[in-house]
Write a protein that binds this ligand. Structure first.
Ligand code: ATP
Ligand code: MG
Length: 398
């Protein structure tokens, strides 16, 4: 396979390059994340930092597709260039290597190209313009069907004179974002729906490590509904790294609210208790914020009034990355990160079980707080019990 001529990948990262003094911290995080991610790929890899560059080098056989796929899941990488690294053995040797690269990478030679040479070390005996011209000529000589187009070439042959000479002509897109572990932790409220896995992915893409809390209501929600959430966490973990998942038994609290409060307020009051409990675990885990999959107007509990009332119980910031997104756009991301198919499996959700026909859409905080006074007798005890019976597990990427 033509791919196997590559023993290395040049990793491009942009956003982190502008981080001034913190730059090395970001690069080190990225290097460590790449190593971590490549553990799941067949092959032997070395990840190396060199003068503002990161290289992934392979030894022996490896799976090219799998390697690229793994690299494409790493936050902070903008581009992945399969690269040929050669020693500097003089211009003729370089020309032979460049011609061989073009030959192997493009079986069909009917294309336009341009050579883009850079010298990172200036002691090379030719300047960039001279290298461009001389290599262009060698390629034309070797493959008369090719043509030079300096304005919009189909193939840009990059030749960078560094300690090793880098030859590459493909840049595969990366995830962008910031390397994991560079921005602290957050607590995701993870349900089995479409939205919250996407929300977790989006925040994690900014370099944030995740924990998650899931509320279930056995026996009203099944073991399969819980498994679905575990499966979703595994999918998100492919990007975010391992996720500590807290599974809270919410049945008694839910039943108690159902018994004591107006039914049209059940959802909003329940959501407030979810936030409180999630915040408890967030503080315990040194998380700096909560993350939800809420989006303005999507359902009754997500009007701006409802969001304000839910928000009022929290002391940590609540991050809602989907707040202004349309459902269709959220679905696109869910498909891209492969959570969609799992999310649409038809298992019951604890929120939908006792839901009123006409939930309040414009709750006032005062009014809701008054309703919650009906819970005074037992709610602290139930809250404590929910926390004490919570099951915690560490979810790793599948
Ligand atoms: P999702 O698709 O994420 O389930 P949704 O459109 O169904 O969202 P809601 O059910 O109103 O919306 O939930 C809003 C947000 O509250 C969710 O995105 C999630 O962050 C959180 N949430 C809801 N139910 C649960 C649950 N059972 N466990 C944990 N978090 C939940
Ligand atoms: Mg839901």
């Amino acid at each position: 396979m033509a791919h196997m001529m590559y023993q290395a990948f040049l990793i491009k990262y942009a956003e982190i390059a502008i981080k001034g003094k913190n730059r090395h911290l970001f690069e080190d995080a990225l290097v460590s994340n790449i190593r971590q991610q490549l553990k799941r790929v067949d092959g032997s890899f070395t990840v190396r930092k060199e003068n503002g560059r990161i290289y992934v080098e392979t030894e022996g056989d490896y799976d090219y597709e799998e390697t690229v796929e793994a690299l494409q899941k790493i936050f902070g990488i903008v581009g992945i260039c399969p690269v040929v690294l050669v020693e500097d053995n003089g211009f003729d040797a370089l020309a032979a290597d460049v011609v061989a690269h073009v030959d192997a990478a493009y079986p069909d030679k009917n294309f336009t190209f341009k050579v883009d040479a850079r010298r990172a070390r200036k002691n090379y005996p030719m300047n960039s313009m001279e290298i461009n011209a001389a290599l262009g000529e060698k390629i034309l000589e070797a493959f008369p069907e090719t043509r030079v187009d300096v304005h919009s070439p189909q193939v840009m042959v990059h030749v960078e004179i560094r300690p090793m000479i880098n030859i590459y002509s493909t840049e595969l897109p990366g995830q962008g974002g910031m390397p994991l572990g560079t921005a602290g932790r957050a607590m995701l409220l993870l349900s089995g729906g479409i939205d919250s896995p996407v929300a977790g992915y989006m925040v994690s893409r900014r370099g944030v490590s995740l924990e998650a809390t899931y509320f279930h209501a056995p026996p009203y929600t099944s073991e399969r509904a819980k498994q679905k959430v575990v499966d979703l966490a595994k999918k998100v973990a492919q990007y975010s790294g391992e996720i500590k998942l807290h599974i809270v038994n919410f049945t008694d609290i839910q039943m108690y609210i159902y018994e004591k409060c107006p039914h049209e307020e059940l959802t909003i009051i329940m959501r407030r208790y979810m936030m409180k409990i999630a915040e408890h675990f967030a503080n315990e885990g040194n998380c700096l914020g909560l993350v939800t999959g809420e989006s303005i107007g999507q359902v009754a509990s997500q009007t701006m009034q409802s969001l304000a009332v839910t928000n009022a119980v929290c002391t940590l910031p609540v991050y809602r990355p989907l707040i202004a997104m349309d459902k269709q756009d959220i679905v696109h991301v869910a498909e891209k990160i492969d959570t969609y198919e799992t999310s649409i499996l038809p298992y019951e959700d604890c929120c939908t079980i006792f839901v009123a026909k006409h939930p309040v859409t414009k709750p006032s905080l005062k009014h809701i707080e008054k309703s919650e006074m009906h819970l005074a007798e037992k709610i602290d005890e139930l809250y404590q019990a929910a926390i004490e019976t919570t099951e915690t597990m560490v979810i790793e990427a599948e």
